[in-house]
Design a protein around this ligand. Sequence first.
Ligand SMILES: [Zn+2]
Length: 65
Amino acid sequence: MTDPTPEPIKLDCPTCSETIVWSEDYPYRPFCSERCKMIDLGEWASEGHKIPGEPVILDENDQPL
Ligand SMILES: [Zn+2]
């Protein structure tokens, strides 16, 4: 009882998180499309890896004892 067809490898596009299958259907894998690949490369080439935004901590719940 062996399955001749291997399970397709699924992964998420790093750019848009679209689920793709690791096959010839996606020549730009791990990206879903050329567009997402270019977006990712463009971000690395420019200043794409900045800190997206620091969390702002607000002291709204300062209850005096
Ligand atoms: Zn994508």
